[in-house]
Ligand binder design. Structure first.
Ligand SMILES: Cc1cc2nc3c(=O)[nH]c(=O)nc-3n(C[C@H](O)[C@H](O)[C@H](O)COP(=O)(O)OP(=O)(O)OC[C@H]3O[C@@H](n4cnc5c(N)ncnc54)[C@H](O)[C@@H]3O)c2cc1C
Length: 393
């Protein structure tokens, strides 16, 4: 098999890259280890930045997103038994976020790709990425019980944090920057109408809680838990009890409850691999970096990477212009580090740290009060949350 760009991984990064390349007249093949059903059902992120919605809209894959997505122009920070609204759109020049599940974005991108005659090979697991220091790299993969090979001019490693692409880079050529957090998130999906029109980020002595939603009938709630927490320690009633306790307000907030139909634990980690390019291998999305989900940035950062990469690849294949490819890593890393900082800052401000260290808790309260009371501080949160424009970072 042969193509111009071999894309490893059909998550948001790989699928959007394939879509953008197809529109630019660049040929690609997407290899995905799992089945189509699996990737279309995988519950993960759900907050889309303005820039993410814009690129999906401009490239014709946002019809359902605009029908079913929920546009939010603010969010609530809750602490000390009271809520404080951050008016995102007023503070960030009219920009907003849209709540629309990652798996819905994935479904829309797969449908668009197949409709346009593009190729996504499901159940095709890449086992090695080779020869990317020359101009004829190849990806070895296993499909239908057979070892196969995809030859190409460029490899896009979009295979997530645990994929093979980053690991193919020779030792010493890559620097890793990492931070582990001493907690995880327990996330649920429940058949319950949202208890608020906007997301609620709650700081409490018992730990962080987030109230979010996926549709007018489905809520998504999260609880800060220990990093080694086991799901079977959290029967449904305990989850609701803890959510009620953490989110309680002096004016009697009522959390609507319903059947829990999905539960999972997500570890919290910050990671960046530098550089994001090695010869003809380009890393994008979670393959190159991950952020704790408090800033709602992982999916959006993956989208930002592939927007830069798609443009650079178009210039390369159309005109032999390598400037975009040469600048890819530096350009992406500027945004990556801005987003890393924001995600770390939101995480540090909102979670219970160090077994409830009272000094830390006082600092967090002071910071929260400042963000809610100062126009400048609230603007910092707002413009980062809705997403800085591509040229800004
Ligand atoms: C469990 C989990 C929960 C999350 N929850 C949230 C959340 O609540 N909020 C939030 O903002 N963000 C969340 N995130 C982050 C966000 O979902 C990711 O940042 C986003 O999925 C990144 O997209 P990606 O395309 O780079 O990687 P991925 O979505 O990870 O896609 C990588 C793809 O590559 C495939 N693959 C891997 N190895 C191979 C191989 N060898 N060969 C072929 N294919 C391969 C995988 O099957 C996968 O389909 C979560 C992430 C995880 C892992």
């Amino acid at each position: 098999m042969e193509t111009q760009v071999a894309i490893v991984g059909a998550g948001p990064a790989g699928l959007l890259l394939g879509h953008l390349l197809q529109r630019a007249g660049v040929e690609s093949v997407v290899l995905e280890a799992r089945t189509r059903e699996h990737v279309e059902q995988r519950v993960r992120a759900g907050v889309l930045e303005q820039g993410t919605v814009d690129v999906l809209t401009e490239t014709g894959v946002a019809g359902r997103l605009h029908r079913e997505g929920m546009v939010h122009r603010g969010l609530e920070l809750r602490f000390g038994g009271a809520g404080h609204r951050i008016a995102l759109s007023d503070l960030a020049g009219g920009r907003a976020i849209t709540v629309y599940g990652q798996q819905e974005v994935v479904k829309d991108l797969i449908a668009a790709r197949l409709e346009a005659g593009g190729e996504v090979r499901f159940e095709a697991e890449a086992t090695a990425v080779e020869d990317f220091d020359g101009d004829r790299p190849r990806v070895r993969f296993r499909a239908g019980g057979e070892e196969q090979e995809l030859r190409c001019a460029v490899v896009a490693g979009c295979d997530g944090f645990h994929g093979v692409s980053r690991r193919a880079v020779p030792a010493g050529a890559l620097s890793g920057f990492e931070r582990e957090y001493p907690f995880a998130w327990l996330g649920i999906l429940a058949r319950a109408r949202p208890s608020s029109e906007e997301l609620i980020y709650t700081h409490s002595d018992r730990g962080f809680a987030l109230h979010s939603m996926r549709s007018p009938e489905v809520t998504r709630n999260y609880l800060q838990v220990a990093p080694d927490e086991r799901l079977d320690a959290w029967p449904d009633e305990r989850i609701w009890e803890e959510l009620r306790a953490r989110m309680a307000t002096d004016d009697g907030f009522e959390l609507s409850e319903g059947e829990i139909f999905d539960k999972g634990i997500t570890p919290m980690r910050s990671f960046v691999a530098e550089p994001m390019r090695f010869g003809r291998l380009f890393l994008a999305g979670d393959a190159a970096h991950i952020v704790p989900p408090t800033g709602a940035k992982g999916l959006n950062l993956a989208v930002a990477d592939v927007r830069v990469l798609a443009r650079a690849l178009r210039d390369f294949f159309e005109r032999g212009d390598e400037a975009g490819l040469d600048g890819y890593s530096d350009r992406c890393l500027r945004r990556v580090w801005r987003v890393q900082h924001f995600s770390w800052w939101m995480t540090s401000m909102l979670h219970r740290m160090d077994a409830g260290d009272p000094f830390e808790a006082k600092l967090q309260r002071s910071q929260l009060e400042y963000v809610c009371g100062s126009h400048a501080a609230a603007t910092t949160l707002a413009e980062n949350y809705v997403g800085l424009e591509l040229e800004d970072a």
